[in-house]
Design a protein around this ligand. Sequence first.
Ligand SMILES: [Zn+2]
Length: 574
Amino acid sequence: MAETPESDWVARFADEVIAAADRYRPGKPIVCASGLSPSGPVHLGNLREVLTPHLVADEIRRRGVPCEHIISWDDYDRFRRVPATVDSSWSEHVGKPLTHVPAPPGSEHANWADHFRAPLLTALAELGVEFRGISQTGMYTSGAYTDQVLLAMRERHRIDAILAQYRTKPKHSAASQGLSADEAAMNELALAGSGAADEDDGASAAGYYPFKPYCEACDRDLTTITAYDDETTVMSYSCACGHAATVKLSAHTHGKLVWKVDWPMRWAYEGVAFEPSGVDHTSPGSSYVVGGRIVGDVFGGTQPVGPMYAFVGMAGMAKMSSSKGGVPTPAQALGIMEAPLLRWLYSRKKPSQSITVSFGQELQRMYDEWDALTGRVTAGTAQPAEVSAYSRATATAAGPLPVTPVRLPFGTLASVYDVTTGQPEQLLRVLRDVAPDQRIDSLDVLRPRLDRAARWVAAELPAEQRTQVRGAPDAGMLAALDEHQRASVRLLLDGLGAAWSLDGLTTLVYGVPKRMLGLPLDVKPTPELRAAQRSYFALLYRLLVGRETGPRLPTLLLAIGAGRVRELLAVTGE
Ligand SMILES: [Zn+2]
């Protein structure tokens, strides 16, 4: 495992968290926490909620200090609204706990929360994230929090007074946080998956109660507590459905603390030392700020180190957003990105910096950047912060993540896959030609990157950018070529055999227009030469693939194969 220079943001948070944990919970394992609401697809914005504590916990483990990463699944939260993609009949479930709502139609999962949690669990395993998941349904319904619930009810006036200090504060606006409209919209999406959006804090005309019962008749939380007795814990509530009941709260596990009380309760219960949160949780009056008061005053705990994390943006995903709806999930990203690459996008940026994840043509550039970094790290020329981000991306305290043994450029793999339509023997033949100095015994040494490229071609490359090699020569066009064009095509065919490699073909296709202009091969490019090269390439693309552009010509020629190139470019007059 690579050594981690202690120079990056992760190391600095680890220092801070270890120091804080030493003060407040000496001798106990350090707890880093994430909270996720499986109320809908858990997307790449929410992934920051997981990867930020993961990286810090991993750094602490690398130092040999016992540390646990917990993910609290907020699956006992209420079902807020029916997404447009789901039958409107699900509206009868609004207000029920997420684990009591049927999964969307066609799902193999037992309930709504499981349906959205399952793909994330698979993705986290692939990303090397070790954690202990805690279902809040399990915790509340088993009575694990009964003492904390009774304490919060007993201290309700104190809690109400703390909340009251913040209720009058003006609501922050996107502009005041320095967010663009796009970022604000993304942020809202992120919050929708983080358990905190728009929940009431427990205030009502009947008085303040931090506990919200789910109705025993209709299972929804459209309830109001009408009376509570601290001595006996006898609680009466009424529900919008008409049901009313009186229960003993010390034995009643059908309900939960409101979010702003629930979160600090769990900080104290689990002894959380580090838990980041999204922008809206850290503004004045937000749950992080209020929770910081409640955790100490009510639960006798300590507020964790809690940096705000910024926005995760997406680039080049017009197609994906229109076809699949919403922000992509980690599972979707892992379909086209190697796990270390995806980890790197998060490890290289401080939580306060925004992240951009690229899907369209931009993805190739991202892979190239990643490969260049790998090269610098291997050569020992990378900056210390780059080495840290790389080391955190490629390994955890448990060991290295799987890598592709022979890494060819992603763009090359995608082009060759596209041109050969994924035909395995052809793929192997062409990729050996493309990289003759690599040992490519089978396609397996190119995996998993090859499979990512294949999926990217299928899912992300627009139909108009797919390459279709002509099935037969364009006889009409060939016949209509002028003598200059014929000569230039003949020069290519004459040189083909000797130049059959990526480098050789590159020299050849750039060299033909020079020779046609009577220039030496080592001439500096002039505007005239560039124009001649452009029109020459366009001519070849039209004859080979029937349009003006395509994959890089040397790659394309290798992929098509010499025999077929000769057929498609068979000019008369030879
Ligand atoms: Zn009811």
